[in-house]
Design a protein around this ligand. Sequence first.
Ligand code: FRU
Length: 476
Amino acid sequence: KNWMVEQRYRRLEDISHTQITEMMEKRSLDNGYPSYHIAPAFGLLNDPNGLCYFNSEHHIFYQWTPVGPVHGMKYWYHLSTKDFIHFTDHGTAIHPDQDYDSHGVYSGGAIVENDKALLFFTGNKRDENWKRIPTQCYATMNTAGEIEKKGIIIENDHYTEHFRDPKVWKQGDDYYMVVGAQTQDLKGAMILYHSQDLSTWDHKGPIKTTHNDFGYMWECPDFFELDGKAVMLFSPQGVSSSDPYDFKNVFSVTYLVGDRVNFSSMELEGEQSIRQPDYGFDFYAPQTYVDDKGRRILYAWVGLPEIDTPSVKYEWAGMLSLPRELRIENGFMVQKALEELEALRGEAIEFEDVLQLPSNSFYLTLYVDTMNFSIELGNSVGDKIELKGTEAEFTLDRSQMSEIYAEEFGLTRKAPRLSLTQQIEVYVDQSVIEIFINGGKHTMTSRFFIDDLSYLKVSTSLKPTYYPMKSLSGFN
Ligand code: FRU
């Protein structure tokens, strides 16, 4: 389907009940629709937004285009949960209903202040000539869930039209914000602002790192301190690499770990290396927050800009990753699925080499200690995906799926193998696979499309254990 601009920018109230029912019916026919991942009832989900722990619950918002599985008019959609299993569906939260967000309420983060959550977002406006005019804005949400827009707090005085995705944190009495931007010389950057009252924001400029020439735009910046280190996490555009592992997707996710950011010199201090947290096909725009237990939790979009997945036929696109707890270890950002998800596991099945799948939503844990191994997921007519290991690397192979897409970016992804002996954890949910390797120092997050997926096959001596996973409840 070719979408005209006017169709993409249709608003929720312009879509009829019949259209919505038709989209939901289509979606319900899709065997690839996940059951323990957050996905939209219809339309397109992209970035996680406004993550926070507020009023005794975790709040998760996401970018949502209601009109169909396409990038268009963006809203913030809102879910909340106490346990990551039972959710409350709050529907759309922030609507594009002002002049300054006439073309979408774009991504941003949240902080909690007294009895309110403050939701920062980018007002995406386009003028008559389709020129983009972005501003940083915010809204408040009270404990009853009522949202009130407070308007623009930062105009774009320094950057090209690529200036978006505010992430705010508080240090003492001071507020800090990072924004993703493109500088006038067309480089991606993470821009720091400072405020004492939330209404006046000083422009401090780009945070300087040892990697200042890195792509043409950085989307969805995040900055946080964890385990005594300072982490800059962002989604750069326009980076490629000839090495076998890095930057193979249309856009990639990157992080830098330093000792701290010096707010007067504006430098990230300490030794820095640039790394990718994920080596799969579909991982973008991750954001983090801290919960009541002090955990730093990450959600990402399992999807990428400019890539259409086969789910589009069923009138939906995009899902969120599982929530993952972060740690910093030896300069690596280590990810682990939140322990709450263990409650979704059904009865364990230990098997030898082949398992006919009781359910296509499952968790698999195994141990590798030989140079070569393989894990295969497939159907009776030979369609499959495979994770292969050699002494030096892991390869995820999507070349034999029932439905192939995004071939121009290649059909395999590779990751370095940091140790011969290790546990591998795999979360499969119908058409998504999240693989945790190298003790969580890397993940491989991907969509995959196999009709009538039926078996799981692993090479010998991996001691695999399979657990069916129950569904999340409370939405869709
Ligand atoms: C990243 C992104 C953000 C923007 C949002 C719009 O996927 O392009 O930079 O705020 O999506 O939906």
